[in-house]
Design a protein around this ligand. Sequence first.
Ligand SMILES: [Zn+2]
Length: 72
Amino acid sequence: MIQPLTCPVCGKTPDPTTGAQTSPFCSERCRKVDFFRWWDGRYAIVEDLAPGGALSELDLLDAQESLQPDDQ
Ligand SMILES: [Zn+2]
């Protein structure tokens, strides 16, 4: 109501109950997706950058699944 923000990843309107924690993304998942989007696109990092080890390999795979382009 105050900010007509939409999630940059999926375009949904963030849930106000969780949006404050994941802003500007609608969810933690979308925040990860965006993170891996630039991380995977701009850098060839071989080191484990996961902050605090919070992101597991499964999280990475899960996020990358969402990155598959529709127009192949
Ligand atoms: Zn989203």
